[in-house]
Design a protein around this ligand. Sequence first.
Ligand SMILES: Nc1ncnc2c1ncn2[C@@H]1O[C@H](COP(=O)(O)OP(=O)(O)OP(=O)(O)O)[C@@H](O)[C@H]1O
Length: 246
Amino acid sequence: MNGIDRPGLATGLDSIHVIRFEKVVKTYPGQSHTALDQVSVDIEKGEFVFLVGQSGSGKSTFLRLILREYRPTSGKVHVAGKEINRLASWKVPRLRRQIGTVFQDFRLLQNKTVAENVGFALQVIGKSRSHIRTAVPEALDLVGLGDKADRLPDELSGGEQQRVAIARAFVNKPMILIADEPTGNLDPTSSSEIMKLLDRINRTGTTVVMATHDAGIVNEMRKRVIELEHGRVVRDEASGIYGNQN
Ligand SMILES: Nc1ncnc2c1ncn2[C@@H]1O[C@H](COP(=O)(O)OP(=O)(O)OP(=O)(O)O)[C@@H](O)[C@H]1O
């Protein structure tokens, strides 16, 4: 394994760390091994980061700690300048409002239309009806589904459903977008459309952190790559590829 070149640290004191892990250890209750082991990572505003590593290496755990679904066993997780393990529970929803999420299995509400799925994300955080009326079509246009607003999820292809999930994740213009294997259930053409969208969203300034097993995508996009192995960071490269270069 080569060294860790820590691309996030290059810009000096003024850099804005949207996500910072400091010596984070996570051991799940009843497990003898650590899911994350002394992980220290800085991710700056506007970065696009791929998290790679074998199944069980700790990628989803890393993402779930950002969302404060779990607290670290030791170490600190900072999101948007706040140490989130110390955040009062009632402040967690406010944190999550700043983070859009996209998963392999889309997680759409099956009994709601495409527009309702996207609008619901705004409704639950108390946005006005007039805001929802303009924001939802905009988000659906962004993902190329303006003409499918009234369809139900099961009337759409997998790739289209994932585009709805992306519209839902982005409609609130989050600071961070977390994607856990978003192309895992998709064919190569749909996957490449999803990646174009994530790239576009990233260009608006949203920090994207994506866990993936898709070597083709990582090698094509040439973004920062953080590789985990048994819960440890074994590689952190700007413009990296999927596999180890050595
Ligand atoms: N809720 C949980 N309870 C107990 N152990 C867990 C839990 N979630 C994950 N683990 C364990 O923590 C380790 C890391 O799992 P994690 O899901 O973070 O890996 P991953 O890299 O995302 O894997 P995959 O690529 O298969 O999604 C594994 O050993 C896993 O079995």
